[in-house]
Design a protein around this ligand. Structure first.
Ligand SMILES: *Cc1c(COP(=O)(O)O)cnc(C)c1O
Length: 361
């Protein structure tokens, strides 16, 4: 393969499209005749502001973000949002939120929110986290300040395939691992956030999309840097933003457009997931732990019946140029993360290997 690159099935940071990396390389030393790289530019300069605006507009277009919602470029990863969401959205007088705990990250987020208010759990899928609740399995609290869920459970390989109906309770969603892989009706959400390093850009940028009327009520203890309203007022530039990552997001968004937009990427993600689950389901050796209707299109978790065979499979995969298929230490299973930048050929190579391994063992 070009540059001796491999198929990188890492859960995050994920692989980036080759053409995006090539463009970043070509523009590295002298960006558009400015005589400097984007990394060296003032964030207040005309050149950088053009990059910033293009990334923001590109995202607004790609996700059809309505005018009611603001796009923020933040830092601290999804993990900072676990605190920022409750600090801003909880009612200071009677703080109370509702969390659907369908995986490790939702569990961490719920624990963080408990520092600032009362948290009820509308669903808890632990400790196995193989199941995503259907609407009727959620015990919703209609008085909650917001309802929180994690759209795709990166570690356990499960994904919500519908948007929960919560009436007038605002929806807050962690989309770190499936943002920009399918169309989303942003108007249904109060807050969407995502660490960039899976589908958007290198690590260091955090995206937040917030309904404007939900900002401006932060708890008095909220640090300035974690106040959505202040970040809206400052257009994400209270301090130096992650300039290089925002530039890379802009390149990624152009790539998304070249691919045919989010709708085309959604078709591709469904195709890639179908190929992998088909290879697993039709094998003798491999099983997928997630419930059939909860299976993630982004992180395909699978295993054989023995850790020895798993280890043998992983070693063979490396020899074939497929890396980072070992799952999270919490689960013990293997995992293929197939974000937007994973080409069909990578998925095909993995499916072929699964079939060969199944025959030979
Ligand atoms: C990776 C991930 C996180 C953690 O993100 P950071 O940016 O490292 O804080 C949180 N939630 C989900 C769903 C993730 O995939």
């Amino acid at each position: 393969m070009k540059y001796n690159r491999i198929f990188n099935f890492s859960a995050g940071p994920g692989q980036l499209p080759e053409t995006v990396l090539e463009q970043a390389r070509d523009e590295m030393m002298n960006y558009h005749k400015t005589g400097m790289s984007v990394m060296e530019m003032s964030h207040r300069s005309k050149d950088f502001l053009a990059i910033f605006e293009a990334a923001k507009e590109g995202l607004r277009k790609a996700m059809c973000v309505p005018d009611t919602h603001e796009i923020l470029f933040l830092q601290g990863g999804a993990t900072a949002q676990f605190a920022m969401a409750p600090l801003n959205l909880l009612n200071s007088q009677n703080p109370h939120a509702d969390y659907a705990v369908t995986g490790n990250f939702a569990d961490i987020a719920a624990k963080e929110a408990k520092k600032y208010g009362v948290v009820s759990t509308s669903y808890n899928g632990g400790p196995d986290y193989t199941h995503i609740p259907v609407q009727s399995e959620l015990t919703l609290d209609p008085t909650a300040d917001y309802f929180y869920y994690c759209a795709n459970n990166t570690i356990f390989g499960t994904e919500w395939h519908y948007v929960p109906e919560t009436g007038s309770v605002p929806l807050v969603c962690d989309m770190s691992s499936d943002i920009l892989t399918q169309t989303v009706d942003v108007s249904r959400y109060g807050l969407i956030f995502a660490g960039a390093q899976k589908n958007l850009a290198p690590a260091g940028l955090t995206l937040a999309i917030i309904r404007r009327d939900l900002a401006g009520h932060a708890m008095p203890i909220t640090p300035k840097i974690m106040d959505y309203q202040i970040m809206i007022d400052k257009d994400s530039m209270l301090n130096t933003p992650p300039c290089w990552c925002i530039y890379m997001l802009g390149l990624m968004l152009r790539w998304v457009e070249e691919q045919g937009g989010v709708q085309a990427l959604q078709k591709r993600r469904e195709q890639k997931a179908a190929m992998l689950y088909e290879a697993i389901d039709s094998s003798r050796l491999f099983t997928a732990p997630a419930d059939a209707f909860s299976r993630s299109c982004m992180n395909v978790a699978f295993r054989t019946e023995s850790t020895e065979l798993d280890a043998k499979f992983l070693a063979g995969a490396e020899e074939r140029g497929m890396k980072n298929l070992k799952g999270h230490r919490l689960t013990g299973h293997m995992r293929a993360s197939v974000y937007n930048a994973m080409p069909i050929e990578g998925v095909q190579a993995l499916c072929d290997y699964i079939r060969d391994f199944d025959k030979e063992n």
